[in-house]
Ligand binder design. Structure first.
Ligand code: KG4
Ligand code: ZN
Length: 368
């Protein structure tokens, strides 16, 4: 009997993460070194800086993951690493480390798709692994729908919808930036939206379908709402209050919700609440339509935007009404982490689906 211990490593974007997971579901440690504060200075992720920070963090983060799990490196059965999609330079730091580590320990190396990782962040805590799942991966880089199915231990995925332009998280980040709020924007908009009227600004979404009548796709588009928010700002004279807020918040080292509220007038609170209401509604409608068409009874939602409170509440209500179940990851497993990589690697470990020393970063890696 092996130990069942997998070390997961994740460095696709702006978090350097390492985690030890036993048997694909028992998280012994989950270490995330976030570069958020550094990138916040630039209002977004700067790839060159990200790689440099990953290099600085990878060794201490892995060491901490082993320490917190209270295990020795030799106890591991395999090393799993994100192979893509993501920033090339950032991915390479994790991959190079994982290759060297697995070679040094003579343990197999497992390549994991970051999106598959996000899906397993939920599946690892979900009891319904046997059913066909519809997975909505909704983050800063992705808004994708997949049908996920387990067949004799191996998972397979089929893409049945995706954004044709911006990802939902990207829209959150861009709108927050436009409104003079901090980076990343999702958590700010999430918190501030409870103070506004979600029906104040009637944003409208067009449901997109690039498929055919027989084989529809359930797609998303989030660039339109970003432009609509900008237009609203211009026609309602919100620019001066935005600039005042930007300046005021920039002067505070770690602005709190109270700080943001103190500098956010009611029309802007209403705009924020309306934006979120529209985005959440669109995500839910398209996902439920896809579930109905593909006869999926179980939905999993993951990725950074899955942390959103309105999305969680409304999705749970809507799913219940439709006789479906919906599962979300815990907050710690919603945003980028390495536990999800180690969890996704477990079925591959059992199948001996190992990577070779030739493993390279694939920035545009697709799933399904
Ligand atoms: O999965 P993730 O950590 O990284 C990517 O793979 O992109 O997702 C980060 C994204 C950011 O766009 C961030 O604004 C968004 O997730 N996000 C949220 C919330 N927390 C993070 N969006 C809405 N509500 C939240 N509470
Ligand atoms: Zn992610």
């Amino acid at each position: 009997m092996g130990t069942g211990l997998i070390l997961g490593i994740e460095s696709s974007c702006d978090e350097t993460a390492a985690s030890v997971v036993r048997g694909g579901h028992e998280v012994l440690s989950n270490i995330v070194a976030s570069q958020m504060q550094m990138h916040a200075l630039y209002g977004g992720v700067v790839p060159e800086l990200a790689s440099r920070e990953h290099l600085r963090n990878i060794v201490p983060v892995v060491r901490e993951a082993l320490t917190q799990a209270n295990i020795a490196a030799q106890d591991l059965e395999a090393i799993a690493v994100t192979a893509g999609p993501g920033l090339a330079g950032a991915l390479l730091v994790g991959i190079s480390f994982a290759k060297a580590y697995s070679f040094g320990l003579s343990k197999p190396l497992i390549a994991v798709n970051h999106l598959e990782g996000h899906i397993h962040a939920v599946l690892m805590q979900s009891p319904q692994q046997d059913e066909q799942q519809l997975a909505l991966v909704v983050s800063g880089g992705h808004t994708h729908l997949y049908l996920a199915q387990q067949n004799q231990g191996a998972w397979s995925y089929r893409n049945v919808g995706r954004t044709v332009d911006d990802a939902a998280g990207e829209a959150y980040d861009k709108v927050a930036k436009l409104l003079g709020l901090g980076y990343p924007g999702g958590p700010w908009i999430d918190k501030l939206s409870t103070y506004g009227n979600p029906k104040a600004v009637p944003f409208r979404f067009v449901e997109i379908n690039r498929g055919t009548t027989e084989a529809p796709t359930f797609d998303f588009s989030f660039s339109g709402i970003k432009t609509a928010v900008l237009r609203h700002v211009e026609t309602h004279g919100l620019k001066p209050s935005i600039e005042a807020r930007r300046t005021a918040l920039a002067a505070i080292e770690n602005p709190t919700l109270e700080d943001a509220l103190a500098h956010t007038d009611q029309p802007t609170r209403d705009l924020i609440a309306s934006f979120q209401h529209a985005v959440v509604g669109n995500l839910i409608r398209q996902t439920l339509a896809a579930a109905q068409h593909h006869n999926a009874r179980s939905i999993v939602v993951s990725g950074g935007v899955a942390a959103n409170r309105e999305l969680r509440t409304r999705f749970t209500e809507a799913a219940e009404k439709n006789g479906l179940t919906v599962h979300f990851p815990t907050a710690a497993l919603s945003t980028d982490n390495a536990a999800m990589i180690a969890a996704a690697a477990w079925p591959k470990f059992l199948q001996q689906d190992f990577a070779t020393a030739a493993l390279n970063a694939t920035p545009q890696l697709r799933l399904g």
